[in-house]
Design a protein around this ligand. Structure first.
Ligand code: GLN
Length: 514
């Protein structure tokens, strides 16, 4: 497909996926590539524009991440951000060095509104800065179009050559008018038309899946999570009952979740796919007996999941396509796209099943960010409840129960979690808090209920806000909501006599509680 696109060239900065997301929010498709990508390859992709990201290096140092100087001769508009800006200046003959005053945080920048980049931006605007180096003098040909008291060149342009450099980070939401600036770049400078729209994407995907699958058979592991659900529905719309979905209920799902998945995808749901629900609860509990170590639990659950899936696949026999809910961050993080190190191998299903007999893999969501997957889901008519489901780890409640997992403990955490979610929704906070859930601690303590001594478990409530899941802060839930949850949990959930609120941020904590 000949979609117009922007390339984001990754120099290893922390906000790089954010750059791509912001561009896509402007309805312009973009992809992330490492700075090591061949110039020839870049030319062949015919991008409408290129964005160079931030990065940890100092561009004047030996061995620093660099780019082919010929990149600036391609005639393609280029926007350098932070490290990318410094590198552009350094490469083209400007002077970059360590800044006398480092800037970090929100800083007021004065911009030249006659630049196409800043056309509709306020003259004084708050921007997010994060740099040790600075551009002391811009390269010949460039004019300065923004400054701060400590940063003589906060932005520069060479208009005829369509080269732009910005020292701050427009992709970060703290830069109040950052999205405007990126939008100005892609529309005013690069001349994009804005053809990246979810309705068109969904329609085109369905058509191309249909062509690719022909009369073949496809198999999909459905977890009930957002990604695999959207992938399954897209497949179902494309090939109907040529698709078989296997849903493994490992007994570690949230309360009623197994039934909810069946309601949507099962025989009485709106999609005509072959749906197989495997109730493997007992099998998982058996395997998890006596196991306390979190990594070990994760492994056992992941492996057992694959075994169950394989058994079903064997019964189904050879299929042509295996469907996976891979999304774009998985692609970037597994080292295929950008520059960031391999952080994790794909965590969707926990690895490829060995004994499933298939010819090809279909990954219908591999170009999408999470928020785009949700939009695609809505476009496909999937119920909001499912589309806005919170991220849920593959090993499920297995890693929200500290220590040994038992059916009884699963019941407790399910009940407590359901109450917690219900109250959060009632308070109208369900869309504003990033992630929240209940976890069962491994602690029992003494309490008194109805004049009787209890010796029961403590449940921990967790709620965090995060932009990128790399860092997170505790969400400030109104005290009366917490108290209400506490009351209900103690009254309604047998086996729990204490409710704690976890205040830990990430780092040093993690988002999960295991
Ligand atoms: N490492 C460069 C500096 O410190 C660039 C930083 C960045 O891209 N955020 O100035």
């Amino acid at each position: 497909m000949n979609r117009e696109k922007i390339l984001v060239i990754d120099f290893g900065g922390q906000y790089n996926q954010l750059v791509a997301r912001r561009v896509r929010e402007c309805n312009v498709y973009c992809e992330i590539y490492s700075y090591k990508t061949d110039l020839e390859k870049i030319r062949e992709m015919k991008p409408k524009g290129i964005i160079l990201t931030g990065g940890p290096n100092s561009c004047y140092e030996e061995g620093a991440a660099a780019c082919d100087p010929a990149l600036f001769e391609l005639g393609i508009p280029i926007l350098g951000l932070c490290y990318g800006a410094q590198l552009m200046m350094h490469t083209l003959g400007g002077h970059v060095c360590i800044a006398p005053v480092r800037e970090y945080g929100k800083i007021e920048v004065t911009v030249d509104r006659s630049s196409r980049l800043f056309g509709d931006v306020s003259e004084k605007t708050i921007c997010w800065m994060s740099h040790n180096d600075y551009i002391e003098t811009a390269a010949p040909g460039f004019e300065t179009i923004a400054y701060t008291p400590d940063c003589p060149v906060a932005a520069a342009q060479w208009e005829e050559r369509q080269l732009y450099a910005i020292q701050f980070h427009p992709e970060v939401l703290h830069t109040v008018e950052g999205t405007k600036m990126l939008s100005n770049f892609v529309y005013q400078v690069c001349g994009c038309s804005g053809d990246w729209r979810m309705d068109a994407f969904v329609e085109n995907s369905i058509r191309s899946i249909r062509e690719r699958v022909g009369s073949g058979k496809a198999l999909c592991a459905l977890s009930g999570g957002v990604d695999s659900s959207v992938a399954a529905v897209m497949m179902a719309k494309a090939v109907g009952d040529q698709l078989t979905c296997v849903f493994v209920d490992h007994g570690l799902l949230r309360k009623n979740e197994g039934d909810e998945v069946e309601e949507v995808f099962g025989p009485n749901g709106p999609y005509h796919l072959n749906f197989i629900r495997v109730n493997a609860q007992e099998r998982f509990y058996e395997k998890l007996k006596g196991v306390e170590e979190p990594e070990k639990k994760r492994k056992i659950i992941g492996e057992e999941f694959i075994r169950v899936f394989e058994e079903q696949a064997k019964k189904i026999g050879a299929v042509d396509f295996l469907v996976q809910g891979t999304i774009y961050p998985d692609v970037v993080e597994s080292g295929l796209g950008g520059e960031s190190a391999v952080i994790k191998s794909h965590h969707n299903v926990g690895g490829l099943p060995d004994y499933v007999d298939f010819k090809e893999i279909i990954e219908p969501l591999r170009d999408l960010f999470k928020d785009e997957v949700r939009k695609a889901g809505l476009e496909l008519g999937i119920p909001e409840k499912l589309v806005y489901r919170q991220p849920f780890p593959g090993p499920g409640l297995g890693i929200r129960i500290v220590g040994e997992v038992t059916a009884e403990k699963v019941r407790m955490v399910q009940e407590a979690d359901a109450i917690y979610r219900e109250e959060i929704a009632k308070a109208g906070l369900d869309r504003s808090i990033g992630q929240y859930f209940a976890a069962l601690t491994n602690m029992r303590s003494v309490g008194v209920m109805g004049d009787e001594r209890t010796y029961d478990y403590a449940v921990a409530l967790r709620a965090v806000n995060t932009i990128d899941f790399m860092t997170a802060e505790t969400a400030e839930i109104p005290f009366e909501v917490l108290v209400k949850v506490m009351n209900r949990v103690i009254n309604e959930v047998k086996g729990i006599n204490r409710v704690l609120y976890d205040l830990t941020s990430k780092p040093p904590g993690t988002i999960e509680f295991e």
